[in-house]
Design a protein around this ligand. Sequence first.
Ligand code: ADP
Ligand code: MG
Length: 667
Amino acid sequence: MNEIRLREPILAAQQAAGALIELDRITKTYTRGDVSVEVLHGISLSIYPGEFVAIMGASGSGKSTLMNILGCLDRPSGGSYRFAGHEVSTLDRDRQALLRREAFGFIFQQYNLLANADAVENVEVPAVYAGLPRSERMARARGILTSLGLGERLDHRPNQLSGGQQQRVSIARALMNGGQVILADEPTGALDSKSGEDVLRLLENLNADGHTVLLITHDPKVAERARRVIEIRDGEIISDSGPAPLSTEAAALRFRTDYAFGRKRVPMVTGPDMMEAGKVALRSLRANVLRTILTLLGIIVGVASVVAMVAIGDGAKQDVMRRIQAMGTNLLLVRPGAPNMRMAGGTTATLIAADAEAIEDLPDVDHAVGEYQSSVTVRYGTADYLTQANSTGPSFPQARDWPVARGSFFSADDMRGYAPVVVLGQTIVKNVFPPGEDPLGKYVLLNNVPFQVTGIMAARGASPMGSDQDDIVFTPLTTGQLRLHGQRHVRTITVQVEDVTKIDQVQAAIRNLLIERHRAEDFQIRNMASILETATQTQNTMTILLGSIAAISLMVGGIGVMNIMLVSVTERTREIGIRMATGARRINILMQFNTEAVVVCGIGGLIGIAGGIGAAMVMSRFGWSIAYNVWPVALAFGCAFATGLVFGFLPARKAANLDPVVALGAE
Ligand code: ADP
Ligand code: MG
């Protein structure tokens, strides 16, 4: 162990300030697998403010390891490290980050500049994490660069600068937050002798200005430039020339001893932090355009399909609802067949016209019409047309809420008198009569039986099942049974209830009446409300199904984002190390990567919403019903955004938990 004695008198100010750095029996052990190697064997040393110290030793002697501990980039395995009177080896990571950015400026052999940022942006970084406003930051960065002779190179990227210039940029960065203690690890190692000389002169000037400079080198010639030389071999100090007095008296006045890192409240995140995170995110996304586009694509497709699928599902649902509702919600349908023969409608012949008449006499029943339907051929002149003949009662237009457009529906008298009269649907008029000819009063042949046209129904359009409801003709039930269908049963009885709220009572009453008439329950009664409910459920299931398929594609997009972020973190580990060395806290790193993921997902989400709405609009051109809703759009965007947060978080946390020295050492 080396006992440091003050062999020369140093200035009063220096003594008064006390030691800036005090190491006491610092050890460092590296463990790889189950092999542990101690590379620092109890280093004790004191460094005073304003000193210019060279730490010299052969390659592998532990110089960099020592410097990383001094600069709080790494932790010692044992011993005590006091900085300006505070024990720092036990500080948490964020406080160490605070100390790094307040007290230290690092200069590395390989410069460690951010490759896709220009000189000014590189120099600004420490001030960003210190929360300096942008305008001040830029002015200060420009000022320092200019004073180091780089005024012409402010917007150059590292690869547009020579080695010497890059090293000067890194010195400027070290000075950005003050750089009271400059830690330079082989700063001239990669430079030609002229550039190396420039750098050494810069360090001398900085020391003259009051900066404490620790210069690490294997080269005795370089070490000579320092005012104190500490030699290290195999992790032990073998000689120390001892503290030297300050170079100038002016320097004594610049000491700073009020480092507040131990007490200062560490704010969560600041405005400039967020700005920087956003800026860096955009810069990095721009630097990998193709990758960004591919990642975006996953999110876009995911969000767009959610939006489009739900719009289509909802559209189909509303369409079905509208059509069912158009038929009336106050209807009951009575069909032949026992209730347990669910799909047997029409195969049994149990209902007759008289049942309908009996139902119509029940209280709260407006109308009840029996219907029997079969195919007939309509002939007029030379035109032949196959359609459905619906034989029903005179109150059909009221019961089905389907008015006559011209002429009139047949009457109760027509019904009683077996009148050969017919009311045509619009499609029949169009297909059987020449344009311009009025069908009213004309005779048509239905299966070769002449019928006189008394009316034309209003247009109805497509049914909920999509068939053309206007492709039909209506005859009195009596006439139809006798002349067209040849039997006396009805297929359905449609009952219109006066008051929807009494529909259940009416249904019960009909059931009792028919059981009494038939002496058996050989019929089924369904009401439109329950049909509507079934249809709603079916359609909801459909929408959920479509939505889930879309959600899966959104998730696949999210996994893509995570994958890209993981690659990005691995690729940019060195950048993370640089940022940490210049004072970034964990939250800064976490935010930077999260912002990147969120920006990708946010942009992808917006484009996806536009794409989804666009796709839905195209679908509606092709006749699909589309319903836009705010919630699926909001949900899809929310999901994309959350995807960014969730899938960005893991890689971001991985990045933020790296040790600065490990991150810096990454390739
Ligand atoms: P110098 O900077 O003086 O050349 P280093 O401090 O880089 O020396 O290394 C000192 C010793 O520690 C060397 O033997 C080196 O192999 C070892 N070492 C350095 N870093 C690690 C590490 N991360 N893991 C294991 N051993 C390491
Ligand atoms: Mg080294």
